[in-house]
Design a protein around this ligand. Structure first.
Ligand code: IPE
Ligand code: IPE
Ligand code: MG
Length: 248
């Protein structure tokens, strides 16, 4: 890593308006592979290093929450070889990265429809989450088998069940109550949402939570995403004026 990047990370650490929560739509693995005439899975494998970089860099800067869109509900409809390849790759990466995650003080959470994940993937996830649970550094959340609309529906079902049991009244359905039924009620809304590969859409990611997130889209494909791009996105965020619908 160049001294230049080290200096920028040091400078960011003490800079004002750092995002507390950075969420990333990691997109462009397939196109990265296609450009090189490689199979799509080679693109996913090449996406491992940017994930490591983001975890390490966010931990160094002192970002509290990093959420990575890893596999969407819609992604289940991809060819089964790609889906099973991705699941095996995820298990492999979790096992291999455990030590480094632990050294960085990271804790791991998962949001999404876990019951749809293969049993072995769930087992590896549970074991890794458990082993990291004593840490108090960066909270890394993987959105896996995740859909924003599904999360809102699941929360609505939870609330409806409380109403029908008479636990709460209709008038008690507030934004705060609703949030308690999201997959991780303790996850604050993302301040900064980054998407790679240039697509200008949110693809069903954290729909409830991104109401007032600042969005930065870069044309860089996920496997090419480097420290300088992450730092650039954070610096871009720091220049934004967040008004939340109010006047400056
Ligand atoms: C993102 O890369 C990774 C996942 C969705 C799992 P893609 O596989 O969507 O890559 P592109 O968009 O086809 O280039
Ligand atoms: C979003 O990317 C999902 C993940 C990054 C896991 P997609 O590639 O699935 O989204 P679309 O198809 O471009 O909207
Ligand atoms: Mg894509």
């Amino acid at each position: 890593m160049s001294h230049d990047i080290d200096d920028q990370i040091e400078a960011l650490k003490s800079s004002p308006n750092l995002p507390r929560h950075v969420a990333i739509i990691m997109d462009g693995n397939g196109r990265w592979a296609k450009k090189r005439r490689l199979p799509r899975l080679a693109g996913h494998r090449a996406g491992r290093e940017p994930v490591r970089m983001c975890v390490r860099t966010c931990a160094r800067i002192g970002i509290e929450y990093l959420t990575l869109y890893t596999f969407s509900l819609e992604n289940w409809h991809r060819p089964s070889a790609e889906v099973s390849g991705l699941m095996m790759f995820l298990e492999d990466v979790l096992k291999k990265e455990y030590l480094e995650l632990n050294e960085n003080g990271v804790t791991l959470q998962v949001i999404g429809r876990r019951d749809m994940l293969p049993e072995n993937t769930r087992a590896v996830l549970d074991e890794t989450m458990q082993k990291l649970s004593g840490n108090d550094g960066l909270r890394l959340t993987l959105a896996l088998s995740y859909g924003g609309r599904a999360e809102i529906l699941d929360a609505a079902r939870g609330l409806a069940a409380e109403v029908s049991r008479g636990k709460i009244g209709l008038e008690e359905i507030t934004e705060e109550r609703f949030r308690e039924h999201l997959y991780d009620p303790n996850l604050p809304d993302p301040d900064l949402l980054v998407r790679t590969s240039g697509e200008l859409r949110v693809s069903n990611f954290l729909l409830w939570q991104i109401a007032y997130s600042e969005i930065v889209v870069t044309d860089v494909l996920w496997p090419d995403f480097k420290e300088k791009h992450l730092i650039g996105a954070i610096m871009e965020y720091q220049k934004r004026e967040r008004r939340y619908g109010m006047t400056p």
